[in-house]
Design a protein around this ligand. Structure first.
Ligand code: B12
Ligand code: SF4
Length: 459
């Protein structure tokens, strides 16, 4: 029995900085002994459909769903059964089942073994549904499947799943609900030691679960002498002691979701807590004083945004000397509260933008209230370009600022900016998947565009 793991690309363009898909190390670790596994990561390499295999197992996120369905059709045309799992499949199993023989809904722990056994016996069920929140204790990721592949030189490690917040645009709350699960810290530390990488990405969506857990984790990282990056909520900046430990344990960069400078937008997205402990500039200082560079995320398109909202955010990002900043159009993904709200309000341009052949990466997918959809697309792209101009990169690198703190900081800053500058140009405007039509075609309804922009609600 052989299982072929597939990581679909989002667009037809290959990547030179793809990160290891941790999900497949975890699935490989869960696969029963005696079953052969192999991985093809379409971001790096073409998929050899002619290789004999008994089961294709595809991970599906919303942005690569169209391509995943096209890949599935090619396997199924050769008689290879296809099982799909991941975020998108968990939110829309009926859609995925139009293209797959089986779907796994939710976490795979405790279920994947059954899928493999059923496939081996030729009796795959259509749906494998996770009905509990499996413990993460004893997780054994098998990274052997990454051997020989040209991934970015960093180790991806997961400490926990879930987030204590519920921002309305985010898939995390929809996927995990209120469940927050962490692995035993000693297991995380042992895994980091075993992978022998000097640079580690702790992939949790919000590494700051609570003060005791953050403290326990950071203390365990200190003796490992690694450098690491994470995604973390801004409220950690309130706790100087934790921030000191974060620095001491080797944290060099952190992804922080600022999202908006407008408190009314923050309220609408259920993220008013972002400003609960003070202004953004004070929080930024807490990171920067400790040499932790920030990868800032901004979203545009909430009801109080207009064409004038981009510049203040861009100026703030430049003045703050962020290492990287993302200026993204608000994008409704299935499962998230935002998606249902916009659909109920009749504001979606496509019911399922991720399947629409006309959709291009970077496009607005709904009608904002304070500007047109085209303004939203263009405003985000322009802000990204301006932030990534050569002169802006140099100014952000100059002291005073965290990137000038050490040669290592500067090298990381330079590498991140080279990648970011290249990626925004390469990705913008690309189609999802290729030109092959999706068969069977789910119903894609083009919502009628309003004749005039929807009435602004700006006060
Ligand atoms: C690290 C990360 C990245 C890294 C890349 C990681 C990599 N290896 O390539 C970076 C920063 C580059 C990135 C980029 C993007 N990301 Co990202 N990313 C993540 C993050 C934080 C962790 C991923 C991870 O390793 N998870 C750990 C694994 C074990 O969890 P898992 O995938 O859920 O897998 C479990 C189950 O779902 C299931 N399962 C999953 N797949 C399959 C398949 C089969 C066959 C089976 C049986 C089971 C199964 O089994 C696993 C074990 O239980 C996730 C959030 C998250 N918590 O997962 C977001 C996330 C996946 N990303 C997301 C997004 C939107 C993006 C971008 C599109 C952002 C953008 N606008 O550009 C890009 C896309 C890039 C691309 N080319 O595809 C969204 C996807 C939302 C959605 N509805 O699909 C997430 C959920 C974040 C969020 N807050 O919403 N990302
Ligand atoms: S804090 Fe981050 S991970 Fe948590 S719900 Fe908000 S956007 Fe999602």
């Amino acid at each position: 029995m052989k299982v072929t793991f597939i990581r679909p690309n989002m667009t037809p363009v290959r990547s030179s900085d793809a990160m290891e898909p941790l999900v497949f190390a975890i699935l490989a670790g869960l696969t029963p002994p005696g079953v052969e596994v192999e991985l093809f990561d379409e971001r790096l390499e073409p998929i050899p459909y002619h290789h004999p295999t008994d089961l294709a197992a595809i991970t599906v996120e919303t942005y690569n769903a169209r391509n995943a369905y096209q890949i599935a059709a090619r396997f199924r045309a050769r008689g290879v059964p296809v099982v799909m799992g991941g975020y998108h499949v968990t939110f829309l199993p009926e859609e995925a089942l139009q293209f797959a023989d089986a779907v796994l809904i939710g976490d795979a722990e405790g279920l994947w073994e059954e899928v493999v056994r059923d496939a081996q016996a030729g009796r795959l069920r259509r749906i494998y549904r996770q009905d509990r929140q499996p413990s993460l204790e004893g997780m054994q990721a098998d990274r052997g499947i990454f051997r020989g592949k040209r991934y970015a030189p960093m180790g991806l490690v997961q400490y926990g799943r879930g987030c204590r917040f519920a921002c309305d645009f985010c898939s995390i709350h929809a996927f995990y609900g209120t469940s927050l699960r962490q692995r035993p810290v000693r297991e995380v530390a042992a895994e980091i030691e075993a992978i022998e990488r000097k640079y580690v990405f702790l992939v949790d969506d919000n590494l700051f679960v609570n003060i005791p857990k953050a403290e326990e984790l950071f203390r365990a990282l200190v003796p490992l002498k690694i450098r690491w990056t994470c995604q973390i909520s801004i409220d950690i900046a309130r706790n100087a002691r934790l921030m000191d430990l974060m620095q001491k344990s080797g944290c060099l960069t952190a992804v922080v979701g600022f999202e908006s400078l407008d408190e009314r937008n923050l309220g609408q997205m259920k993220k008013r807590w972002n400003l609960k402990d003070g202004d953004y500039a004070t929080a930024v200082r807490q990171f920067h004083d400790r040499g932790i560079m920030i990868y800032a995320s901004f979203i545009f398109g909430y009801d109080h945004d207009t064409v004038d909202s981009f510049k203040p955010a861009l100026d703030f990002a430049l003045q703050s000397k962020f290492c990287v900043a993302n200026f993204n159009p608000l994008t409704p993904t299935p499962g998230a509260a935002l998606y249902e709200r916009l659909r109920a309000e009749g504001r979606l341009i496509w019911d399922r933008w991720w399947l629409a052949p006309e959709y291009r990466y970077g496009d607005a997918t709904f009608h904002p209230r304070g500007m047109t959809a085209d303004d939203l697309t263009a405003g985000c792209f322009r802000a990204r370009q301006q932030f990534n101009r050569f002169g802006s990169i140099v100014r952000r690198a100059l002291p005073p600022g965290p990137s000038a703190r050490s040669p290592y900081h500067l090298a990381l800053f330079a590498a991140s900016n080279v990648i970011s500058r290249r990626e925004i140009r390469r990705k913008q405007g690309l189609r999802l998947g290729d030109e092959t039509p999706l068969l069977p075609l789910p119903e894609i309804r083009l919502a009628p565009a309003p004749e005039a922009p929807l009435a602004p609600v700006l006060s």
